[in-house]
Structures are given as structure tokens and as C-alpha cells.
Design a protein around this ligand. Sequence first.
Ligand code: SF4
Length: 238
Amino acid sequence: MAINGSTELIAELKSLSDLFESKQPQEVLATALERYAPKIVLACSFGAEDVALLDMVHRINPSVPLFYLDTDFLFPETYATRDRIIQHYDLKPSQVLQVKSLLTPERQAEQHGEALWSKEPDRCCQLRKVEPLTRLLNGFDAWITGIRRDQAPSRANAGLIEWDQKFERVKVNPLARWSWADVWTYIRVYEVPYNPLHDQNYPSIGCIHCTAPVAPGDDPRAGRWKNFTKTECGLHKS
Ligand code: SF4
């Protein structure tokens, strides 16, 4: 039976989240995995936060699956990072869930016009990220994300664990309190494989069409949807 966001559950998650404010991400993860495995999945775009989280999850429960939203527009470096991660952690194919749009890029162009991302990025993200994620999450009660409060104003109030109204699932954000520097300290200490684009001024890595490098000192997400006011792909806003 699907989990439901009753008032009691939402209040319980809020109390748990408040308790987690003084805990390390690994403790948040351990509790979430204990409660929700095997109906919990890690969202992984193979960016810095996600690979750090993957390493933590793997040390606690190596059977937890991850998924990635394969928009068909990912960088070659992102696919290569995926392959290195699979090898490094010896992940089984059943643990790495590739989630794709119902529309091929060609079909999308026929139905919605060429280069939709350059005209209506919200619609493109809806077709290539939000709908596929909704479909994937139907099989789970909870998902783990790498969002951090200091990434964007829209993420400033993220709980360590919370009810996700949009996808009607429990959402676990173990790194909510961490800084960018904390993430990199973890990656260096534990020698976690990471996307080499991070070393080429790409702090935030999404689709090829909507990701540009940033200048030193710029907002780390300034390279996403550069010519639009858009700041989120729609996965982390209600
Ligand atoms: S990030 Fe850009 S290319 Fe990727 S799904 Fe969104 S609008 Fe489309």
C-alpha cells in the first residue's frame, strides 16, 4: 500500500527532522534506511553531493538502489562518471535505475518543436525529468536527495527529512546543513570518484543544453539555465 501524507506522518517527520539538526548526514541516512529500505532510493545525478551521499549510503546498506534521470542530454563526462561509480562500488545493474522520458529527443522535437529547452525549459524539464521521476517514485516510499540549504533560496528551508507534497513521498535530505566545502572534504577524505567537469568550473552539472561553466566567485548555480530566470528543474519545488 502506498504511503500517505497524513497529518500525523507530516508532524512525525518534522519532529524527526528537528532532532536531526544536530546529527551528521550518516546518522540521518542510517535512520532513514532503517525505516524505509527496501522502499527507498537515492537520486543521483553523479554531481558532487550525490556521489558523497552514494558513498555514505553504500557504507551503511550496499543494497540500496540509485536512479538517474537520463534526459538524453547529459554530458559524456557524466556517463563516464556513472560507469566509474558502478565499477568502484561494484553495483549490480538492478541497483542503477536509468529513468528516461517517454519521448525520445526526436519525438519531443516533432511534438513540441526543435530545441524546446531554449524556448520553454520548464516544459522540457517536465517531459524529461519531472514525469519520469513521478513514474519512478511510484515504486518507492521515500527518496534521498543531495540538496543543500545554501544552494538556492528555494532550498533554504529544506528539512533533513520531510513530506514531499509534490511527489507524495518521504524526502530525505541528509546534506541540507552542509556547505559546498563540507561536500568536497568528504569526497577527498574518502576518495570518492567524481565528475571531472567539477574541475573545469562546472560546480552544478545538468544537461548539456542548460549548463555552462561559471566564473570564479560566481553563484555555483549561475551556469544553469543561463538565459532564463529559472533556477530549478522542478524536482525540488512544490
Ligand atoms: S535541463 Fe534543459 S535540456 Fe535538460 S530537461 Fe531541463 S530544459 Fe531540457
